[in-house]
Design a protein around this ligand. Structure first.
Ligand code: VG1
Ligand code: CO
Length: 543
């Protein structure tokens, strides 16, 4: 076995986005592409010498090759140990947990999350730090800088290691531990939720459908829901992770998880439905005939978490990303909890969680999680919902209606305009930026602008500043819209328009969402002209 030093040169475009580096799979397959990026990660984080890493991913096409490359590079650079999920599988929350459980120095997660997989689709690589959380901006900036100056990488010349068998082996001087990807995660869930109560729920005939979308959560959901909690076999659909996710787009929303939605709104629907994304950190929850918007889900979980054993002592606080609705803020205010508003992306929650300022975090993009790991966690959210349903003995619809009666309702929707030509997206965003300062006091579609700005975040823990995090236009009465460009897309620019309107109740809590938001949608078009400037008749995806 020989350590090779391979000459290389910088490859453009290796800048991590909202959540790691994402590109078309064929881009990742170019010579040196993976190696350059991995070397940049190692160099930017002080080298691999003596370190322990966790490695796994959502099983998408190209994962087995990348896993071997990462192992050989870690071995060449003196890493002490890599803990790998069997078959190179690990959900993102399970990887976060393994890093923390083993006191590892970091982890590599091979995933493009909710993006489709396959030779002609997307691949991705994320690096998490020793706290189990996504690398903060200071680290991703340093990684990007390293990709721009790289001249060589080091890799061990050796045979592939067998990742299909659980157990210990060696690659050069480095220890490789292939572990069950599910066991430690499932054990963690048992400490947070009332498993006997949940077993009794299923034994009593409670019916659930979980769509794993042929992605990584399948084995986790099978083990926890069907084996440990006794839900009938067949509760988990699409449970085998496939390299191309069986052609599904593993993004748990009403558009891409339409089969689940149809079942939940059809005759004889189960009591509860849920779906997860490619890497298992997102969740969509659906009641019988009831869609739960992720922003409302965060608010309901915050209000009811104390019903689950892991949160019986109460919450330290709650954080949401800026585009997420203020529903959770209202709960926090009612409960006297601290609440925080961060930029989009889970990396911004880590400091708040590490400092003990918040217990629960969430994003409008179907992501919720808590201080049990440093990532959002799809199955965790599903189990917390189940525990709440079991404790309250009510349906999802009843819990939502009760929530809105108590706190009022933040009508909410996100409109995505996908794969826009970059110059058009820039024109829309640039136009809005130019207008922002003069908007206050003006009326659009009957709504008076109260304030408008570009969101900038100062981390309350370390004081770091993240500017240019999206445009906000706030109207009198609590309505607002937000526009930002996606940092996870791989084709052109995806523009996200987030719309929100608050209705205090008791009247007007049961409107159709798009109808309730019509004035905000109209005002947003008058101000930002997304449809006019893009020439699109409407959004590609509405969630
Ligand atoms: C999207 C979501 C964001 C989420 C990110 C990663 O980012 O909006 O809330 O944290 O995806 O989610 P963007 O930049 O495209 O809006 V996932 O499940 O990749 O890990
Ligand atoms: Co994800």
């Amino acid at each position: 076995m020989q350590i090779l030093t391979v000459a290389t040169s910088p490859i453009a475009g290796q800048k991590p986005g909202t959540s790691g580096l994402r590109k078309k799979t064929r881009v990742f397959m170019q010579p040196h592409f993976v190696e350059n990026f991995v070397q940049a990660i190692l160099d930017a984080t002080g080298g691999a010498k003596g370190k322990t890493y966790v490695l796994g991913g959502d099983g998408r096409y190209f994962t087995p090759r990348v896993a071997q490359v990462i192992l050989r590079m870690c071995a060449a650079q003196g890493a002490q140990r890599v803990i790998v999920g069997q078959d190179a599988l690990l959900s993102t929350p399970a990887a976060s947990h393994l890093i923390r459980l083993n006191g590892a120095d970091g982890g590599f997660i091979m995933s493009a999350s909710h993006n489709p997989g396959g030779l002609d689709e997307d691949f991705g690589l994320k690096f998490n730090t020793a706290n189990g959380g996504p690398a903060p901006e200071s680290v991703t900036d340093a990684i990007f800088e390293a990709t721009r100056t790289i001249s060589a990488y080091r890799i061990l010349e050796t045979q592939d290691i067998d990742l299909s068998q659980i157990g210990e082996s060696r690659m050069g001087d480095m220890r490789v531990s292939v572990v069950d990807p599910v066991a430690d995660y499932a054990a963690l869930m048992e400490t947070l939720f009332d498993f006997p109560r949940l077993r009794a729920l299923f034994a009593g005939g409670f019916r659930m459908r979980f769509d794993a979308m042929n992605a990584v959560t399948g084995p986790y959901a099978k083990e926890i829901l069907e084996r440990r909690l006794g839900a009938p076999e067949g509760t988990v659909l699409n449970a085998t992770p496939l390299p191309d996710f069986g052609g599904l787009h593993p993004d748990p929303n009403p558009v891409w998880a339409k089969a689940l939605i149809d079942e939940m709104f059809g005759p004889d629907a189960p009591d509860f439905g849920a779906a997860s994304d490619g890497d298992g950190d997102r969740n969509m929850v659906v009641g019988r005939g009831t869609y739960v918007s992720p922003s409302d889900s965060l608010a309901v979980l915050t209000a009811n978490a104390h019903l689950a054993p892991g949160y019986r002592g109460g919450l330290a606080g709650v954080a949401r990303s800026m585009p997420t609705s203020a529903a959770a803020d209202r709960v926090a205010e009612a409960m006297g909890l601290a609440h925080y508003e961060t930029p989009t992306g889970w990396k911004f929650f880590s400091n708040l969680l590490d400092a003990g300022r918040v217990t629960i975090c969430g994003e409008e993009s179907f992501g919720t999680g808590s201080n049990h790991v440093r990532e959002k966690d799809g199955l965790w959210a599903v189990l917390l919902w189940l525990d709440i349903l079991a404790a309250r003995g009510q349906s999802v619809a009843e819990i939502l209606a009760d929530h809105w009666k108590t706190h009022g309702r933040n009508y909410y929707s996100r409109h995505d305009y996908e794969a826009l030509p970059n110059e058009i997206a820039e024109r829309i965003v640039g136009g809005l930026r130019d207008k922002l300062a003069g908007l206050a006091g003006q009326t659009f579609a009957g709504l008076v602008v109260e304030a408008a700005d570009e969101f900038s975040y100062t981390d309350p823990v370390d004081g770091s500043i993240s500017a240019h995090q999206g445009f906000r236009v706030m109207f009198e009465g609590g309505a607002r819209f937000v526009i930002r460009l996606s940092g996870t897309g791989t084709e052109g620019a995806t523009l996200r328009l987030y719309l929100e309107r608050y209705v205090p109740g008791p009247d007007g809590l049961d409107e159709e969402v798009q109808a309730a938001l019509a004035p905000v949608i109209a005002a947003a078009e008058e101000i930002a002209a997304v449809r006019r400037l893009s020439g699109r008749a409407g959004p590609d995806v509405i969630t």
